[in-house]
Design a protein around this ligand. Structure first.
Ligand SMILES: Cc1ncc(COP(=O)(O)O)c(C=O)c1O
Length: 408
């Protein structure tokens, strides 16, 4: 069990390097994507060199090895989220792909005109647009329950809408990529089921900062991106309860998702391959194994405690800055803080912080409706990972103060 922060940092080549163009930034944009541990980079390089062959097709040894690595990635995810069976783990290219897949297959099978799909007001575009597209296709309606001023969900409103009995699907973020609050997804799962709806949880941020046990929180679907969890980009997961997944039709047609094909018709493969048409991003997906091994090798309780201390300290310091507003100050915070400052534009703040060596995100965060609700066109976001330190937080805060002196 790795407890020491220096030891964790030593596992990440970026943090040991001179950085891009000789500038190593304090990397505070981990909600967008994380840096990669050496084990992930090395495994991908090794597999490209010694076991590169298409998966699930050929009988020769090389192909068998590639398939084994790919399936080991799936098994790693099953273990991580405590799914009952590997068939419940559909490998996709990311959260966006997972939600589009779900909206299409669930929509095709179960959503009818007049049905309702319920989201929170705090969703990423990836968890809004696929449902809007589904509603356009089917004549279903999209409803939203409120995010309160402090960023927390209005659970009473969620229940009120559910109790009307028309909601078939609830889809909401475990942790919003703007507000950083760990949402009460267990409670929402109970409510959804009580009123006859199924629930999908967007775990893009939640898998990293809260984790999920899908038997303890029996959501029907859970999606996330590998690249935010230290694996390579172009990897993602849609977990689905086996009995439900088995009832769903495929979305994309092509190789590997079939049982038999004639010129006139096709029968489909069992889950999960039914949903994995074509050649997958197999080497990247295989890095889910070393990525999960990294996550489970660190003392996660210690990392979370440390992240809570850094987040509390950051928020305390930010609150002492005149005109600074934090979005999502209530509830249990993940290490993800979005803010605006009166008299300073969010992108100017981010550009100047970059010049001072700190990488933060600025803009709409792919959450335009939520930002509109708060009357903003953009925010600045800092988001931490297991390798960030209090010392980096201190540099960030002193840099932010200097930036604001320059801008105001
Ligand atoms: C909450 C949330 N949902 C969905 C996504 C989309 O993830 P991806 O771009 O990896 O598909 C993100 C990405 O930041 C996110 O934070």
């Amino acid at each position: 069990m790795i407890q020491n922060k220096e030891k964790i940092r030593s596992l990440f080549p970026y943090l040991q390097s001179a950085g891009c163009g000789g500038r190593q930034l304090i990397y505070f944009d981990n909600a967008a994507t994380t840096q990669k541990p050496r084990s992930v980079i090395d495994a991908a390089t090794r597999w490209l060199a010694d076991s590169n062959a298409n998966v699930h097709r050929a009988v020769y040894g090389l192909a068998a090895a590639a398939t084994e690595h790919y399936e080991a990635g799936r098994e790693a995810v099953r273990e991580l989220i405590n799914a009952q069976a590997r068939e419940e783990i559909v490998i996709t290219s990311g959260t966006t792909a997972s939600i589009n897949l779900l909206a299409n297959v669930y929509g095709q099978r179960y959503i009818r005109p007049g049905d309702e799909i319920l989201l929170s007001e705090g969703e990423h575009h990836s968890n809004i647009v696929p449902w809007q597209m589904l509603c356009e296709r089917t004549g279903a309606h999209l409803r939203y329950f409120s995010v309160k001023e402090d960023g927390q969900w209005d659970m009473e409103e969620a229940e009120r809408i559910l109790s009307e009995g028309k909601v078939r699907m609830v889809s909401a973020a475990h942790i919003s990529n703007v507000l950083g609050i760990v949402n009460p997804v267990a409670e929402l799962t109970v409510l959804a089921h009580r009123y006859g709806a199924v629930i999908h949880i967007d775990g893009a941020q939640g898998i990293v900062h809260a984790g999920i046990d899908v038997q303890e929180i029996p959501c029907d679907f859970y999606s996330f991106s590998g690249h935010k969890l230290y694996a390579l980009t172009g990897t993602g997961v849609l977990y689905g309860r086996r009995d439900l997944l088995e009832t769903l039709p495929p979305w994309m047609g092509g190789g590997e998702m079939v049982d038999t094909v004639t010129y006139s018709s096709t029968t489909y493969a069992p889950i999960p391959l039914r949903f994995e048409a074509g050649t997958p991003n197999f080497i990247a997906a295989a890095t889910l194994r070393p990525a999960v091994d990294f996550v489970t090798s660190i003392d996660i309780a210690q990392v979370r405690k440390n992240e809570e201390e850094m987040t509390a300290w950051l928020m305390h310091e930010m609150n002492s800055i005149d005109g600074l507003r934090i979005y999502g100050a209530g509830g249990h915070k993940a290490p993800l803080v979005s803010f605006t400052v009166e008299g300073a534009h969010h992108s100017d703040i981010a550009v100047l912080l970059d010049k001072m060596g700190v990488a933060v995100r600025s803009g709409q965060m792919c959450s335009e409706p939520l930002l509109n609700k708060f009357g903003q066109t953009g925010v600045v976001r800092v988001s931490l990972a297991a390798y960030n330190t209090m010392q980096e937080c201190e540099v960030f805060i002193s840099s932010l103060r200097r930036v604001l002196e320059m801008l105001r």
